[in-house]
Ligand binder design. Structure first.
Ligand code: IVH
Length: 287
């Protein structure tokens, strides 16, 4: 409803390269079948995988012409996103200046760590607002909010580094040919926060069994992490394998999200609210 003739919502910023989503698998068997179909598509086994946490936040693209952060854009529909540049300066791990004056786009996830979420709710309730129900909703609301009387910090984790139209030929060539693991190392060298300094750094693996071992390790660490993850992202690490696999309109064929089950917790039901929806349906809401 926000679109006219399939175009972007007015005011949205077009992405230079589409921000794709990920297809999902839910078991070791499904993951193994995915690797087999990928191998058939590219004509050989994937040379190397990178395995990393699937951060439970919101995807953003950060544009750095000559190393200066000028624009922050949400994923939106993948083709164009909302300009949330007002949040520049509030995201831990997304520096306003890179360590080198390179023209690049950094993509990654914005989220609230557990302590940032608790702090955000303290500040919000102190200002008379309702507490956010979960860190993901808190990040989404905070990222979009303009002209609030207060700011609360969030954290950025980079998981992509790509050239912009004004990036020089040499760097463009470099960014287009580096492996994902090498791009992540470069992003960290430029001063961008990545998962490298967490308990779940990106690792590479050369066999399906090695990937599955890392999936089990990350799943076991999940409960102790100071931020939310909802799965593990496995990517063909080498640019050549990624290029051979290509992308569909929704998701790349060279990456997959191995989803973890939603976290279940015990809580107390203190009431039920009965809301009449727009179409007359009564929707109960547990409090
Ligand atoms: S890669 C072209 N890596 O998951 C590849 N995405 O369900 C696209 N996400 O929209 C993304 N952690 O917001 C990638 N390590 C990670 C990620 C990650 C979280 C999010 C991202 C994406 C969504 C798809």
């Amino acid at each position: 409803t926000g679109k006219v003739a399939g175009g972007a919502v007015q005011g949205d910023v077009p992405h230079t390269v589409a921000m794709l989503s990920l297809d999902n698998v839910f078991s070791a068997e499904q993951f193994t079948a995915w690797t087999a179909s990928l191998a058939r598509r590219i004509g050989h086994e994937v040379e190397r995988f990178s395995v990393e946490a699937k951060l439970d936040g919101l995807a953003v693209a950060a544009r750095y012409p000559q190393g200066r952060l000028t624009r922050l854009i949400t994923r939106g529909d993948g083709i164009a996103g909302e300009d949330v540049s007002h949040a520049i300066g509030t995201l831990v791990g997304l520096p306003e200046k890179l360590d080198r004056p390179v023209t690049v786009e950094v993509r990654g996830e914005v989220l609230m760590t557990t302590s940032q979420f608790e702090h955000a709710n303290e500040v919000r309730t102190a200002h008379g607002g309702q507490p956010f129900a979960n860190p993901r909703g808190a990040s989404a609301g905070t990222l979009r909010a303009k002209d609030r009387a207060y700011t609360v910090p969030m954290t950025f984790f980079g998981y992509g580094l790509l050239p912009l139209p004004d990036t020089g030929a040499e760097l463009t060539e470099q960014l287009d040919t580096l492996a994902h693991s090498e791009l992540m190392a470069l992003a960290a060298q430029l001063g961008v926060h990545t998962a490298a300094d967490t308990a779940v750094p990106t690792v590479t693996a050369v066999s399906v069994e090695e990937v599955l071992e890392r999936v089990r390790e990350i799943a076991a660490l999940r409960a102790e992490l100071p931020f939310g993850i909802d799965g593990i992202v496995i990517k063909a690490d080498l640019a050549a394998d990624q290029r051979a696999a290509g992308s569909g309109s929704r998701a790349p064929r060279w990456a997959i999200a191995y989803k973890l089950p939603a976290v279940e917790k015990i809580t107390r039901l203190v009431g039920v609210e009965w809301n009449v929806g727009r179409t007359g349906i009564i929707a109960p809401r547990g409090v």
